[in-house]
Design a protein around this ligand. Structure first.
Ligand code: BDR
Ligand code: CA
Length: 319
């Protein structure tokens, strides 16, 4: 049984990733840790607890973590996720449980201290604040992680906040910088892997609803995105970056394009902070730029098999 911690800024697509992980028979979610990002920390934590209830599986402990990025101010993303982060439905049940008292950063460190080296893996689907703070506090314990799968990064990409960055890296680039320099093996699932055929189209949305209450929950909490598409005259669709990051970790056979990279994070430019810069092996060889200290710090995933991803999703949410 593979064991994971999921670090999440629970908004709508995080909720779907949490449901998938909790319903995956091959996986034990050891803890959910929350971070401010898509929504503030209080809402992210409440939404993680709600997602656990709707998954109708087991209840891992939830630990609340960082209320804001390391240096920058918090920017949320209600235009994508809704004011409450879950599609502003007004119909979701209140969570049955509460978060634990312990801070997420201490919880991550303690779990790793009490595990065998390589026993636990980490999936991050929000800004990397908690992970960077845990690395600063106890890098020895953090290096017991087998690896980190990160939903984040993009080739040039426009989002409502920045001209060239993906939200999770942009929200806390200083934290991302620390994580990418940690030496822990990273798999980076970029936005490109989550677009095109990988989005849920109108037929997929209808199919998810037919699969039962859990499938309907996964669609309902993404209503803000569905309405935004409809308001702009498009067919409804939902992008699912966080579920795809989970699927890449759980089912690496869905990856169709990936490359090894020395990935660097831009932190300072007002226009492009949070940009991910990918250097391939061939770049190391350019005479004028030979830098012997460079080494791969990540595997970057830019495309997946959409059909395999969707079958995996449908199988897990089916009731
Ligand atoms: C990422 O940011 C959030 O909007 C999603 O939950 C995902 O983690 C995509 O850029
Ligand atoms: Ca997220």
């Amino acid at each position: 049984m593979r064991k994971i911690i999921i670090d999440t800024d629970t908004g709508s697509d995080d909720a779907v990733a949490i449901v998938m992980a909790l319903r995956d028979p091959n996986v034990e979610v050891v803890a959910l840790t929350t971070v401010a990002g898509n929504v503030d920390l209080e809402k992210a934590t409440k939404n993680a607890l709600i997602s656990i209830d709707y998954a109708e599986s087991y209840s891992p402990p939830v630990y609340a973590g960082s209320k804001k990025p390391m240096i920058r101010e918090l920017e949320t993303a209600s235009q994508v996720h809704g004011e409450d982060g879950m599609g502003d439905l007004g119909t979701l049940r209140e969570p049955k449980d509460r978060a634990e008292e312990k801070h997420a950063v201490n919880a991550i460190i303690d779990i790793l201290k009490n595990s065998d080296k390589g026993e636990i893996e980490l999936i991050t689907i929000g800004p990397l604040t908690n992970i960077a703070l845990a690395l600063i506090k106890d890098s020895v314990s953090m290096n017991r992680l087998k690896g980190i799968t990160i939903m984040g990064g993009a080739h040039p990409y426009n989002n409502p906040h920045s001209v060239s960055s993906e939200f999770n890296i942009m929200a806390d680039p200083d934290a991302a910088y620390i994580v990418f320099n940690s030496g822990i093996p990273i798999t980076l699932v970029t936005l490109e892997a989550c677009q095109g055929d990988a989005v849920l189209n109108a037929d997929d949305i209808e199919h998810m609803r037919k699969l039962g209450e859990i499938g309907s929950f996964c669609i309902d909490c993404n209503m803000t995105a569905i309405k935004a598409a409809e308001d702009s005259g498009k067919e409804p669709f939902i992008e699912l970056p966080d579920p795809i990051a989970y699927a890449v970790w759980a089912r690496p056979d869905i990856v169709t394009v990936s490359f090894k990279s020395f990935t660097r994070i831009e932190r300072k430019s007002p226009l492009v902070y949070g940009a991910t810069l990918f250097e391939y092996e061939k770049d190391f060889m350019i005479e004028a730029h030979v830098d012997k200290s460079k080494t791969f710090n990540s595997k970057v995933v830019t495309s997946i098999d959409s059909e395999k991803f969707k079958s995996f999703l449908f199988e897990l949410v089916k009731k």
